[in-house]
Design a protein around this ligand. Structure first.
Ligand code: F6R
Ligand code: ZN
Length: 185
């Protein structure tokens, strides 16, 4: 079994089997409310980076995956840079997130569209129960870094969020991160 290393100050993972993926603005079409502004910005802008260590086959029951996510600071109009967000494909599977660096918000939504948030600050630990969609926004001026641990059978359902979105969006309203309800709520 390969073993990996977690850099304690930065949350970065290294070692055999760690994969890294980047999301640039060009890959986030229709994720932000103001699509026209997103399309007019620098498409090479890195929005977030995800590392994952997946020691067992995806979909196999009983294993655990370990990840690191970094979200860069910035906004598309009033909306903070954020992850796409997802439900788990095997809906009733939970996940832990914990914040290493920066300032942000974990945006959560139940199956009825009820949306709320938990503030993320270094050391905050977040239990995301099954059946809850999750997305993270960087509300600070520096990068937001968090680690995650989730079951190998969880999988990812991005389609539901692509179609229906969250019940609210996190915007900078006069300098304060504010959840603003969307029409579909
Ligand atoms: C895994 C998980 C995280 C996210 C990552 C990127 O279940 O929740 O590792 O995958 O923060 O966000 P998404 O996947 O929504 O683009
Ligand atoms: Zn997840």
């Amino acid at each position: 079994m390969p073993s990996i290393q977690l850099e304690i100050n930065t949350g970065k993972l290294s070692g055999e089997g760690v994969i890294t993926a980047q999301k640039k603005l060009s890959q986030l079409e229709n994720v932000f409310e103001d699509e026209a502004t997103r399309a007019s910005m620098d498409q090479e802008q890195l929005i977030y980076e995800v590392q994952a260590f997946m020691p067992v086959e995806e979909g196999k029951e009983g294993g655990l995956y370990f990840g690191n996510s970094t979200i860069f600071p910035g906004k598309v109009n009033e909306e903070y840079f954020m992850t796409r967000g997802h439900f788990h494909a095997k809906l009733d599977t939970a996940e832990y997130y914990w914040c290493i660096q920066g300032k942000g918000a974990l945006i959560l939504m139940d199956e009825n569209g009820k949306t709320w948030l938990e503030e993320m600050t270094p050391g905050s630990v977040h239990y995301i129960p099954g059946k809850i969609a999750h997305r993270v926004a960087n509300t600070g001026e520096e990068k937001l870094v968090f680690n995650a641990c989730w079951p190998s059978e969880a999988g990812h359902d991005y389609g539901t969020i692509e179609k229906e979105g969250f019940g609210a969006r996190l915007k900078d309203i006069e300098g304060t991160p504010t959840l603003v309800a969307t029409k579909n709520e």
